[in-house]
Design a protein around this ligand. Sequence first.
Ligand SMILES: Cc1ncc(COP(=O)(O)O)c(C=O)c1O
Length: 453
Amino acid sequence: MKIYNNILETIGNTPLVRLNKITKDVEATVLAKVETTNPGNSVKDRMALKMVEDAEKAGLLKPGGTIIEGTSGNTGMGLALVAIIKGYKLICVLSDKQSKEKMDILRAVGAEVVVCPTNVEPEDPRSYYSVSKRLAEETPNSWYVNQYDNLSNRQAHYEQTGPEIWEQTDGKITHFVVGVGTGGTVSGIGKYLKEKNPDIKILGIDTYGSVFKKYHETGIFDENEIYPYITEGIGEDILPKNVDFDVIDHFEKVTDKDAAIYTRKIALEEGIFVGNSAGSAVKGLLQMKDMFKKDDVVVVLFHDHGSRYVGKMFNDDWMRDRGFLEEGHQSAEDLLEHHKDQPLVTIGVEELVSHAVAKMRTFKISQIPVTKDGEFVGMIDETALINQIVDNEQIKDEAIGNIMGPKLPVVKPNASIKELSKLINKDVPAVLVELENGKFHIVTRHDVISAMS
Ligand SMILES: Cc1ncc(COP(=O)(O)O)c(C=O)c1O
């Protein structure tokens, strides 16, 4: 029988997967170390188990004890699995910026969840650093994990994740790209890889609002660098002991918006459903693409699973509320999607106004391009038409050519919404899109407004 004795034995040996589309502009081979196949769906299972085992060996964690940790979720999940198998209680202290999914998942695997405000100083008694420490002092037979300063965290990656990457790339890896939070992942893997080959470059991904990059480049811990940000899992307002700045060659900062957009792109372009720090890492990698040459082998690590972000980066309303949806990049062709298969309704210049009214009613449309000998020569618009009929009932029996408005502007299918909104105004209710097959279609004021709202 080929079985595992418990779920903890399935941790590690995660796949290394080539990225094909999202990194097409990068000359080098780009491979993703996809950590979502760990049982807790994140890289953190590795260090959670290692920290607990080391605490047991050191006599810090005793049978029936309570594990306490301030965690953004993934470490909590790893600890929860370890706690279940090994018979401990677990209390997780989270900041309120963390996704609801992460909190619900932790509760699902038996953890007690305590939520603290994000925007307070680490020293503030309400901060999740302070609350975790206080709970650890007050709870009998408890052990405070402290993933930030507990060096078993980076040791787990030195012992497992680093060697896996080295072996999976046959020692050909030239660059390693990864988001940095507690620093365990980058430091453990970075140390192992540099020991194997000191030329391997270790590239850390940081966020705007975090202290890492400036500290690495100047040695200054600049409090002015600290402000609230949205990206989850990476960047810090403290210097965790697990960050070994000496093994990191460069820090690249990525914006919240880019991280969110690229999280979605990885799912859509590679079919790899991973979390927000993966989006940040891929965007950072692309920002650094000039560093990589044709024969280089770049490994980027994806920390966790996308399911934890369905209420956030994978939710259109959440993205729109923060101005993260790239709607400005939608084109005229995108707006045609809903009615592309229906033929364009037109009317001949010689036809009667009453025919135009009937067509508008039948097709439930507000404007009709007017044609003569197959060419567009004008346009009939509902509002202008109503005004004219109110003034003069007889107009219904006139030829359209006598009352039509100017012809509609024509755009290419790739015209942006911005271009369309410049053309559409009170007198121009729509534009015509000249499709690649020579046919035309219409984008109306209503289509543009719907796409922008
Ligand atoms: C989703 C996610 N990405 C990245 C990181 C950063 O990894 P590390 O703490 O090992 O630096 C974390 C850590 O909390 C995380 O949860």
